[in-house]
Design a protein around this ligand. Structure first.
Ligand SMILES: [Zn+2]
Length: 266
């Protein structure tokens, strides 16, 4: 068999180059100054993300302390929460008069909304320790509207993973605020002091608990396959007093139930 020395040499050179390239460490934004060996999976297409996150860590020592004590998996979840929550602007709207929302629902005449309206209006009113009643429904499930009230004694660890994923992060920001911190100014977008002050603990408000039950039932029916399916759920919230009316969501509920179709208010 005839040999071709030049072709051989080219092949050899090719493999040498390949091995050099594969062993090279290509710099990834954020990796060098990362607080530990955590890899920045969050968004290879957004190299600014790592830098911005590290800036928030450096500017908020309590955030850094909280973040650094997490397991690698929890760090990943926290980083994900940071990215989503920082970039999703809180609407910062007020409560709406119930009658306005009520009339709008009647005018739209959408069967699912009418069904939820009737269920919420016919539900037992919130007790003294409760603030609101929420009705949640998915037309894919049918059946009756799920009614829930805010419940301080609810164990947020019982929430479905899709609704629980930001709770620790949100609670960390709230705990910081309650102990005199200003982390909410950096880590949120458009959440004013009054809203973080009134937010309470994360994860037990009526709209979250009603949504959670519908998610649970959708899963049981094989009709919930990830966050995108939160848009199969419609939710209406009615406050205890006239001034609460059709209540807006607190920052916690806004991020926990992001993707759900809220009726009347945000
Ligand atoms: Zn809330």
């Amino acid at each position: 068999m005839k040999t071709y020395p030049i072709r051989k040499a080219i092949f050899y050179l090719f493999f040498v180059l390949l091995s050099i390239l594969s062993s090279a460490h290509l710099p990834v934004e954020g990796t060098k100054t990362a607080p530990n060996t955590l890899e920045w999976h969050i968004s290879p297409s957004d190299p600014g993300c790592g830098k911005a996150f590290l800036k928030d860590l450096n500017d908020n020592p309590k955030f850094a302390a909280w973040f650094n004590q997490l397991s690698d998996q929890a760090k990943y979840n926290a980083l994900r929460a940071w990215k989503i929550i920082k970039n999703k602007v809180y609407p910062n709207v007020g409560h709406r008069p119930w009658e306005i929302t009520r009339q709008e629902i009647i005018a739209r005449d959408k069967p699912s909304e009418i069904k939820i309206l009737n269920a919420v209006e016919n539900a037992a009113p919130p007790t003294n320790s409760q603030v609101a009643v929420a009705g949640a429904y998915s037309h894919e499930l049918g059946g009756s509207v799920i009614i829930r009230y805010n419940n301080r004694s609810f164990d947020v660890n019982q929430l479905e993973p899709e609704l629980k994923q930001y709770v620790d992060y949100l609670q960390m920001i709230k705990n910081d605020f309650d102990t005199g911190g200003n982390m909410y100014k950096n880590l949120y977008s458009n959440v004013p002091e009054l809203k973080i002050q009134n937010a309470g603990a994360a994860g037990f408000h009526a709209e979250v608990l009603a949504t959670n039950e519908v998610v649970r039932r959708l899963k049981a029916a094989g009709k919930f396959n990830g966050m995108k399916d939160l848009n199969k759920i419609e939710v209406l919230v009615k406050g205890k007093s006239a001034s609460f009316g059709n209540m807006c969501r607190c920052p916690h509920c806004f991020y926990i139930t992001d993707g759900v179709k809220m009726i009347g208010n945000q």
